[in-house]
Design a protein around this ligand. Structure first.
Ligand code: GLN
Length: 191
């Protein structure tokens, strides 16, 4: 199974290593043509403003939307979750979401004081808690009727899924725990 990881900025190498450790073929996607044979795409954490600008310069918006319409699964982590949302609260001017999931995401939701932290998260599809690494993370402020909530933390949604789209506010690629990557490959891309 071939899965792309958008490699414009941010934690893409860690995602590639996590996916390959599970036996998938993971490619660093730097040009839109590379999406053509990807069954799934991960948009990593990093800085959503920078990724959004680079996506515009390299012409990624239309091809990602088109491939998603054709069935390419998508997973956004942190900055990636912001970018796949329908609406971003506290976006910077010109920051455009891909609008692939019916969720409203608040950027930098945890504010300055506790901007980075770790917490054990009950993730719906997993039996035991998952260590959530949150780095200047967003949260999912509201979800549409078709969206399934996968995990919440202190009353805020931090992981959700809508068909073949998934968003996590935290960074599973930084934990060494393969379970969320496996869920994406087996449950979302292949599912
Ligand atoms: N705060 C960042 C943003 O707005 C996201 C941080 C992250 O991806 N770890 O894009």
């Amino acid at each position: 199974m071939k899965v792309g990881v958008l490699a414009l900025q941010g934690a893409f190498r860690e995602h590639i290593m996590s996916l390959e450790a599970l036996g998938a073929t993971a490619v660093a996607v730097r040009l839109p043509e590379q999406l053509d044979d990807c069954a799934g795409l991960v948009i990593p954490g990093g800085e959503s403003t920078a990724i959004s600008k680079l996506m515009t310069s390299y012409g990624f918006y239309e091809p990602i939307r088109r491939r998603h319409d054709e069935g390419m699964a998508i997973w956004g982590t942190c900055a990636g979750a912001i970018l796949i949302a329908k609406e971003i609260v506290d976006a910077v001017p010109d920051q455009r979401p891909l609008a692939l999931m019916d969720v409203v995401v608040r950027r930098n939701a945890y504010g300055r004081q506790v901007d980075s932290f770790e917490a054990d998260i009950e993730f719906d599809a997993l039996r035991d808690p998952f260590r959530g690494v949150f780095i200047r993370a967003p949260w999912i402020e509201s979800v549409g009727a078709e969206v399934e909530i996968l995990a919440s933390h202190e009353g805020h949604v931090v992981a959700a899924r809508q068909g073949d789209s998934m968003a996590t506010a935290f960074h599973p690629e930084l934990t060494g725990d393969p379970r969320v990557h496996r869920y994406f490959l087996e449950g979302v891309v292949a599912g």
